[in-house]
Ligand binder design. Structure first.
Ligand code: ADP
Ligand code: ZN
Ligand code: ZN
Length: 761
């Protein structure tokens, strides 16, 4: 580059142009829409003082001088290389939306997840922040120093004087309303003070809630047990080292991990630093939030139901350093805490930490990058760590902290595996609940305990099939069998919500013998009600929990003991802490076991272990019954023994044998289109490109596919995919980057790249 420029100048550029080129102030700009850039622009004189990286700018694009909104990501004095750069037109944000550190984080994400930088920026800066949602100019009053100095000499009516004194004594500026309240007066005396110019006014943009403080009830601290104390000591050591470290806390369910996080954060906030605590979206219950609110004065909870205005308000508070603890789902990893002290990822194995739209990031990896860059500890906690994290702890990259016991020396619940194959041979009386489970339920209810039943399939009947011709009723847009929902008597697609009236004759051959089979939560609910008519029962799945707040409401009723039996999908498996639950029944542990997904065993192990962890959390002890057709499967055996290490020992060699993560890095490419042929041809073309790029790089990349994806049709789109595996993560990304750099799919065909995919269906 340098050489080229020199020779250009030497040949024909007049002297004054050389100077000019050397002086150019160049802004690099990226866009969230295609073309994504980056492009260079000259910053005109009038904008030099106000432009900075991290702000959005207006720039001309293309020949028609259309102006586009983009993010300025870099500024530098440099030669324009003799090219005439277009001038930037204007600046949108009155301050940067990102700090330099967060900007570097987004740059890394763009590179790592093979996603345009502008798309990453749009995901990291919430829409409410970009649009300044919900803020309005609010007038704040303060007493100027000259006035404060001669306060005692002022001759004013008593109300005005009183208000003035209160304002002078306030550590921060007050709104007229706040001052009126504090001085027990109307707004009139304050208006008079304003007219007399005895108070100074400033307008600030704030969110309405900013003006309210919400006091919270305090909670007693537990005295830590030995395991907790040891884990806390390790966390404090990491904090005090001033170096980045990742701790993986493997603590059984109910071992008191949250208490340890809270202690460490208490220590840290004493030094004016902030913590980010990431939890799965489903765990953002009032119970979780309350635990943090009870221990810290200033907590921001970022969940997905926030309005743009609320999100913006939280963002500003966090950026001003006014928040001690940010509790939130995945995207809270981007919280703009100015003096970050620590990041905690609880239930680190949870799939909801991975975003399924671009940028397809995993909050754990983003948190790791950020914690390294800011030199602070990252704490990962789980009873069932992701095998990836476990492997990194085994290799010494993460430090493993074990918490193998429950608090208060409570035992882990006994887990009994109920063999449905045997049950089917005579011990079973039809339906979903085996005799063994039914007896245990009677016993639990008799002793006034509560019951949780897990069934990971919603709906009533999960398949509708004609025994005469074999036809299975499927979605017309997806390659998925429809599920019968009894409430509205419809057959519904669980992927796209397509629905038809439940057929009473076979749509294919007209036979009236059409069979509704397979077990969903609605059918289970019926069975429970029929067998236990006096035990109030509640079903919790995404059908019954559609209204906002219904999830919290249901949990509150269960906690109050109003509901005796809670049944539902994995929604009920996570993080709930109900001391009176003495029985957990897993209706069918195999639902996830036979998925065409290399993580099927891991998911099964996690689900069974997590739901089993919901019992025995009080003084009454607990029992778990796991019904399965595969009682000897090692995932189910290990879960029954509460033995994560045994599970990992058996699963990791299988992953290694087939080059699956965590042994090798993996990237998935998905091509989809309404026309099957076009999509398939393009998928073949992409894979050819990938093979070519791998050969050029001399990389031994394993490429599986293209093949129809396990869900071969979704929402009317045919889907093909390829899986790429390589032991060298960076090399694999380089291959994909080169192969896809110039890809131009035909109309109506789309492609995506998913780095470290969690979903391979
Ligand atoms: P985990 O996150 O490991 O599942 P929690 O932190 O939620 O565990 O703790 C489980 C329950 O035990 C909570 O109700 C918590 O208040 C309580 N608890 C935590 N630590 C102690 C302790 N040292 N002594 C008594 N109870 C505790
Ligand atoms: Zn038929
Ligand atoms: Zn569908």
């Amino acid at each position: 580059m340098g050489k080229q420029q020199q020779s250009l100048f030497q040949t024909d550029a007049p002297a004054w142009e050389i100077d000019d080129a050397a002086e150019t102030y160049v802004a690099t700009v990226v866009f969230s829409e295609a073309p994504h850039g980056p492009y260079d622009y000259a910053v005109p004189e009038r904008l030099r003082a106000v432009v900075s990286p991290g702000r959005r700018v207006r720039v001309p694009l293309g020949r028609g001088a259309r102006t586009m909104l983009g993010y300025c990501v870099k500024l530098e004095h440099r030669s324009s290389g003799g090219r005439a750069l277009k001038d930037m037109c204007g600046i949108v944000d009155d301050r940067p939306l990102l700090t330099p550190g967060m900007l570097r984080l987004t740059e890394w994400m763009a590179d790592y997840y093979l996603c345009p930088w502008g798309v990453v920026l749009d995901a990291v800066v919430p829409a409410g922040v970009r649009g300044q949602a919900g803020t309005r100019g609010v007038t704040f009053l303060r007493v100027p120093t000259q006035v404060a100095a001669k306060l005692s000499q002022l001759e004013l009516p008593p109300k005005q004087l009183e208000a003035l004194k209160i304002l002078a004594g306030s550590p921060q500026p007050l709104t007229p309303q706040q001052l009126a309240r504090a001085a027990h007066c109307t707004l009139a005396p304050i208006a008079r003070l304003r007219a007399l110019k005895l108070v100074a006014e400033e307008s600030r943009r704030v969110h309405k809630d900013d003006l309210e403080d919400k006091p919270q009830a305090r909670e007693a601290r537990h005295s830590l047990n030995a395991d907790q104390q040891r884990a806390l000591d390790r966390m404090l050591q990491a904090l005090n080292s001033g170096q980045h470290q990742t701790l993986l806390i493997h603590g059984v369910t109910g071992s008191g991990k949250t208490e340890v996080y809270i202690r460490a954060i208490e220590e840290m906030t004493g030094f004016g630093r902030q913590a980010i605590v990431l939890v799965p979206e489903i765990s953002l219950t009032p119970q979780t939030c309350q635990r943090f609110r009870a221990r810290f004065d200033r907590v921001a909870v970022l969940h997905s139901h926030l309005s743009d205005a609320e999100r913006h308000w939280h963002w500003l508070r966090i950026a001003r350093g006014e928040v001690q603890v940010v509790v939130g789902a995945r995207s809270a990893v981007f919280a703009p805490a100015p003096h970050l002290g620590m990041i905690v990822l609880d239930e680190e194995h949870d799939g909801s930490f991975k975003q399924d739209t671009a940028p397809r990031y995993h909050a754990r990896d983003v948190a790791l990058w950020r914690a390294r860059a800011e030199n602070v500890p990252l704490v990962l906690g789980s009873a069932t760590p992701a095998l990836d994290s476990w492997q990194r702890a085994q290799s010494g990259e993460f430090e493993l902290v074990e918490m193998p016991r429950r608090v208060l020396d409570r035992p882990l619940p006994d887990v009994t595996v109920v063999d449905l194959r045997v049950a089917a041979k005579g011990y079973h009386h039809g339906g979903a609940i085996s005799r063994r489970l039914q007896q245990a339920m009677y016993q639990a209810l008799k002793e006034d305990g509560q019951i949780i039943l897990l069934l990971n399939r919603r709906g009533y009947s999960t398949s509708i099939q004609c025994p005469s011709c074999g036809h299975v009723v499927r979605c017309i847009d997806c390659d998925i069998a429809l599920t019968h929902h009894r409430e509205r008597n419809r057959a519904i697609c669980h992927y796209c919500d397509y629905s038809i009236p439940a057929p009473s004759i076979c749509p294919q051959c007209g036979s009236t013998g059409i069979r509704y089979a397979g077990l969903g939560t609605q059918k289970l609910e019926r069975e429970v009600q029929a067998r236990f008519p006096h035990a109030p029962c509640l079903r919790m799945d995404s059908d019954s929990m559609q209204r906002p707040g219904s999830h919290e409401q249901a949990l509150a009723r269960f906690r109050a003991g109003e509901i005796k039996i809670l049944l539902g999908t994995q929604m009920i498996a996570k993080g709930l802490d109900f001391p009176n639950v003495t029985l957990v029944g897993v209706i069918n542990a195999d639902t996830a076991l036979h998925f065409p997904d290399f993580r099927a065993a891991e998911r099964t192990f996690q689900l069974v272990t997590q739901v089993a962890g919901r019992t025995g959390r009080g003084d009454k002890g607990g029992l778990v019954l796991v019904q399965t057709f595969s009682p000897e499967h090692f995932a189910i055996q290990a879960a029954a023994q509460h033995d994560f290490a045994a599970f990992a020992r058996q699963e990791l060699p299988v992953r290694a044998e087939f080059h699956y993560p965590p042994t090798a890095a993996m990237i998935r490419v998905v091509v989809r289109g309404a026309a099957e042929m076009a999509a398939e041809h393009f998928a073949e073309y992409v894979v050819a490109k990938l093979r070519e790029a791998a050969a050029t790089a001399g990389a031994e990349v394993r490429i599986l596919g293209p093949a129809p994806a396990p869900i071969a049709k979704l929402r009317g789109m045919f889907r093909f995919h390829a899986l790429l595996q390589d032991s060298d993560r960076d090399r694999l990304r380089t291959v994909v980057r080169h192969a896809t750099a110039e890809l131009k799919p035909p109309d109506d065909v789309q492609w995506i790249v998913d780095v470290d995919p969690l979903d391979v269906l």
